[in-house]
Write a protein that binds this ligand. Structure first.
Ligand code: SF4
Length: 220
C-alpha cells in the first residue's frame, strides 16, 4: 500500500483547464476605466480585490480550500447532468446607464439555462436557515434581468439541499443593476461585504482590510 496522486492530479488538471478559461473571460471583460465593463460576480465583490487581481494577475484557477473544490465539483457535475458533456458555455452581455449618465457593460455567465429559466448552482457550508445568501440572490436576479428569464438557486450544503425559484417579476430592474454597478465602478466599494476580507488573498497587504464583526456571517 502507498499514497498516490494519479486520480486527483487528473481531476485537478481538468479543474485547471475549465477554471483558467472562466477566469480569462472574467479578466478580459474587466475594465475599471471608461468604458466600464465587468462580470456580474465581479461587481458583487470588493472593488480593490478586483483591481489588485487585474493589476497583479493573481487569478487562481486551482482551489486552495476544500469548500471551493467541492463547489467546483458540484457545479461541473450538475452542469453535465442537466446539459450533457461538454456543458455549453453561456455568455450574455447587457449595457446599463445610471442617473448620472455613466454606462456599464455587464457580462453574465450563468451555470445553466433551461428553457425559460436561468439556474445558478451553489455549494456552501452555511446552515440551511441562512440560505439564500444575499450576493447569490443578487447574482441570480441580475442574470434574470440580462436574460429576461425566471430563475432558480440550487444549493448543496453539508446539512442538506435547497432549491429556490424566483419568478421573472423578481428580477432586478435596469436601474437597480446600474446602481450596483455604480457602487462598484464609481464608489469603489471595498470591501462590498465585511466577510470578504477574511477570505481575501490580499488581507495582509491591504490597508482597507476590515475585521468582520461576526466571523462566518456569510461566505463566498
Ligand atoms: S482585504 Fe478586504 S478590502 Fe482589501 S482587497 Fe481584500 S476584500 Fe478588499
Amino acid at each position: 500500500m502507498r499514497n498516490e496522486n494519479k486520480v486527483w492530479e487528473a481531476i485537478l488538471d481538468k479543474i485547471y483547464e475549465v477554471q483558467r478559461e472562466v477566469l480569462e473571460k472574467i479578466s478580459s471583460s474587466l475594465s475599471l476605466e471608461k468604458p466600464y465593463s465587468a462580470s456580474v460576480t465581479t461587481i458583487l465583490h470588493c472593488y480593490t480585490r478586483a483591481r489588485f487581481d487585474k493589476k497583479y494577475g493573481l487569478y487562481r484557477p486551482i482551489p486552495t480550500n476544500i469548500n471551493t473544490l467541492l463547489g467546483l465539483l458540484f457545479d461541473f457535475t450538475i452542469k453535465v447532468v442537466l446539459q450533457g458533456y461538454p456543458p455549453p458555455d453561456h455568455h450574455y452581455v447587457k449595457e446599463y446607464e445610471d442617473s448620472d449618465g455613466n454606462k456599464y457593460t455587464i457580462h453574465a455567465g450563468p451555470d445553466v439555462v433551461l428553457g425559460d429559466e436561468v439556474v445558478e448552482l451553489k455549494y456552501t457550508s452555511m446552515p440551511l436557515e441562512k440560505i439564500p445568501l444575499e450576493h447569490h440572490e443578487l447574482q441570480l436576479k441580475i442574470y434574470m434581468n440580462i436574460l429576461d428569464k425566471s430563475g432558480r438557486l440550487v444549493y448543496l450544503t453539508p446539512y442538506g439541499v435547497k432549491e429556490i425559484y424566483y419568478s421573472r417579476e423578481e428580477a432586478l430592474t435596469d436601474r437597480e443593476v446600474a446602481e450596483l454597478a455604480r457602487q462598484f465602478f464609481i464608489e469603489k466599494k471595498s470591501p462590498r461585504y465585511d466577510w470578504e476580507c477574511q477570505y481575501c488573498l490580499y488581507k495582509s497587504l491591504c490597508p482597507l482590510y476590515r475585521k468582520p464583526e461576526e466571523v462566518s456571517q456569510q461566505e463566498p
